[in-house]
Design a protein around this ligand. Structure first.
Ligand code: ADP
Ligand code: MG
Length: 480
């Protein structure tokens, strides 16, 4: 139980960390260059060499600390440990950099641990195993349609639902469904070739292939699959060259009668800055939404997680928690982790008083739980534009104001980093988000007005009033 709890904790810490520093930096510094582990009572950051350790310590210590606190409610010491067996290529190249840059040698060379056998889980039948399983997915009213459609693909490999496009807010199980599908395909149809990739990975691989002149190999790996699964496809918004390549890939697979499954945080029409040719293809099969879960489904998830951790949660506690933690499943999981961590710390079994403490903390942090999609939707409604307008590169005064307010509110009320906000709101550069936030802050200080309605001759309103009204609608306090 403890081991599984620790693994879950590391997963959650990594998720939090990725949210804070942005997926790209997380991939670079934590997925490709370091490994997090529990070492007795400490969080141990295993690094391949001093240079990487120094960089991580100088740049990410605060983020790691808050990620651990948010994910577990604990504040353990953070220790760095050199493990030369970890990512051997990084260890070698960095030696040269370390010599050139004279890094602090705070990282103690403790022991060269055996190479970590696999950062990702071992492959099944030669194919990698992804994190989520379909049979661990709890089906409720908000996700039944999406689940059923995924089941059909898992059972039949190809379906009438082609492409199958799943969209919905974050933390509602889209990635779980997509990865679960891949694992299920491996189990049921060992000879079927599938490929799971995120929109971001696809983009990065494409850029690397263009630079390296290896486009043929890049194309081949995508076009030779039976089922292509693309997560977070909204990442393609604004990326002209990648969109074109993706369209070719898509057409090739489609022409061969193969199945495509995609997930995105918005309906294809609302992703914004996607060419009509792609939107048309995305909606040409089946588009299905995953909606927030009802209390009964949340309760079931809570019980499933508790069983996984080998912990018993009394019925009354499960009722109370699932009624009180209304956000997405990720929030619910965070609350369960806290519940378990507190009960371990206090040396008590899970009880109502611990549950109340967790609920109080979760509601205190409720502002942090405001979802970007809610902000986007409210702001769009307020200004009379669409989410697509906010995400695209339109620069009319009204749309620019709406976009800037959305970015400002996202920065103030969510834990998202500038790059993440930019990416989520139509792949804007992180400096665009910084500038937008500065613009709104300046307007608030100088008590300026902004256009809120161009259809009736440019009605305007004080920026402070706009922000207050939206904060009220979103249920977040001004001081957050
Ligand atoms: P999304 O991709 O929609 O942002 P994820 O698939 O990453 O969301 O889900 C976030 C977390 O919630 C994951 O740990 C996932 O396993 C869990 N989760 C979401 N929906 C369900 C569900 N219906 N049953 C079980 N776990 C779920
Ligand atoms: Mg996802």
């Amino acid at each position: 139980m403890v081991l599984s709890l620790e693994n879950q904790a590391i997963d959650r810490i990594e998720q939090r960390l990725a949210e804070k520093i942005g997926a790209r930096r997380f991939q670079l510094w934590f997925k490709n260059s370091a490994r997090l582990d529990w070492d007795e009572q400490r969080l141990c950051v295993q690094v391949p060499n001093n240079w990487v350790g120094g960089w991580i310590e100088n740049n990410f210590t605060n983020d790691i600390t808050t990620a651990v606190q948010e994910a577990t409610g604990l504040t353990p010491a953070i220790a760095f440990q050199v493990n030369t067996g970890l990512f051997p290529s990084v260890a070698r190249t960095a030696e040269t950099q370390a010599n050139a840059k004279r890094v602090p040698s705070f990282v103690r060379e403790r022991r060269a641990v055996e190479p970590v056998s696999a950062v990702t889980a071992p492959p099944i039948g030669g194919r990698r195993k992804l994190r989520y399983e379909l049979d661990k997915f709890v089906v409720g009213s908000g996700n039944r349609m999406a689940y059923s459609a995924i089941r059909v693909v898992a059972d039949q490999v190809t379906s009438r639902f082609n492409p199958l496009f799943i969209h919905g807010g974050c933390g509602l199980g889209k990635t779980h469904l997509l990865q679960g599908l891949c694992n299920e395909l491996t189990r049921q149809h060992p000879n079927v070739g599938w490929k799971y990739v995120s929109g971001e990975e696809f983009t990065n691989q494409f850029i690397v292939a263009v630079k390296a002149g290896s486009l043929d190999a890049f194309r081949k790996q995508y076009r030779n699959v039976d089922v292509l699964v693309i997560d977070d496809v909204h990442f393609l918004a604004n990326k002209r060259a990648t969109q074109e390549e993706f369209l070719h890939t898509y057409n090739a697979i489609d022409a061969a009668g193969k199945q495509v499954v995609m997930a995105s945080d918005a309906h294809p029409r609302l992703i914004g800055d996607l060419p009509e040719s792609l939107v048309d293809r995305f909606i040409s099969g089946m588009v299905v939404e995953v909606a927030p879960l009802d209390a009964a489904t949340r309760r079931q998830i809570l019980q499933v997680r508790a069983t996984e951790y080998g912990i018993e949660i009394p019925d009354a506690v499960a009722d109370r928690m699932s009624a009180a933690i209304e956000g997405n499943v990720r929030e619910l999981e965070g609350a369960i982790m806290k519940l378990l961590a507190y009960s371990q710390l206090c040396g008590e079994s899970v009880n109502m008083s611990i549950a109340e403490r967790v609920i109080r903390e979760c509601s205190r942090g409720r502002n942090a739980a405001v979802q970007l999609c809610d902000i986007e939707q409210r702001v769009a409604e307020f200004f009379g534009v669409t989410s697509g307008d906010i995400r695209c590169s339109k620069r009319t005064r009204l749309v620019a104001s709406a976009r800037a307010v959305a970015m400002y509110l996202a920065r103030k009320h969510t834990p998202m980093s500038f790059p993440e906000i930019g990416r989520a709101l139509g792949n804007k550069n992180h400096s665009t988000v910084v500038l937008a936030c500065q613009k709104i802050e300046h307007a608030l200080k100088a008590d300026l007005e902004m256009a809120i309605d161009e259809s009736v001759g440019g009605r305007s309103m004080r920026v402070s009033r706009v922000v207050e009204t939206l904060e009220e609608q979103l249920g977040c306090s001004k001081s957050a």
